[in-house]
Design a binder for this molecule. Sequence first.
Ligand code: PGA
Length: 258
Amino acid sequence: MPLDSPSLIVGNWKMYKTREEALDYINELAEKVKGTSNEVVLAVPFTILYSAAKAAKKTPQIKISAQNMNDAKEGAFTGEIAAKMLTDAGARYVILGHSERRRYFGETNEFINHKVKRALKEGLIPILCIGESKEENESGKREEVLRAEILEGLADVHLKDGKELILAYEPIWAIGTGVHAGGKEAEEAHSFIREVLKEKFGDEIASHIKILYGGSVNPGNTKELLTGKNVNGLLVGGSSLDVNTFDHIINFNKQVNE
Ligand code: PGA
C-alpha cells in the first residue's frame, strides 16, 4: 500500500494481559491514535473483549477482535466460544487459522473454513492467517502452500452483500523469531495472494480484500514492509504488547518526519 494510504494495524496480544492492564493500554492508545489515519484493531483474550470494546467505543479508530472461535452456532462444546458470543461482547473481527492454532491445536484448512463461514454469517470480519514454514519456504513450496490455504480455507465463501474478509500473510519462520520478510519478499507473496484471490472472487472483490503482513514486525521495519502496493497493513504480535512500541508502528510516518 502506498505509504500515504491508511493501513490497518492489528495488534495480536495472544495470551497476555489482564483486564486492568488492557484498560490502561487502551486509554493510552486512544490519545496516541488521534493523529493517525491508520485504523487500529486489538485482538485481545476472550476475558478482555467486553471491557476492551467498551473502553474503545469512544475512539472510532480502535476496533476489537477475538483471536479464535468455534465453528458451531452453539452447543455442548465445553470450553469453546461461539461467534455470536464474540459479537455480543463487542468484537468486530476474529483472527482465524493463526499458525499457532494450526500447529499446537491441530487446526486444519477444513476446520478453519467452517469457522470463516460461521464468522461471516454472524457478522464478524475474519482475519484469515496463512503462511509457509521455513522448510516449505526453502524448498520453494511457498506458493503451493499459500494457494491451498487460501482455496481450502475459503471454499464456498462468496463475499456477497459487501461482506468483508481480511487475509494475513504470516510466514511461520518470521513469527516471534525476530527474522522478518524483506519488503520486496513480502510484496512478492502478497501479490501472489492477490492473484489467487482474483481467481477465486474476481478482480473487483479481490482488489478490496486487505492483505496484512505479520511476523516480527517492529517500529524499525514498518516503513519497509508497508511500501509494497499489496501490503495493506500489519499483524503485530510481540511489538503490540507495549503501547509505546505499538504507537511507533501505528504512527511510523510521524516518527520518521519528526
Ligand atoms: P510476532 O507475532 O509479531 O511476535 O512475530 C505475529 C503474530 O503471530 O501474529
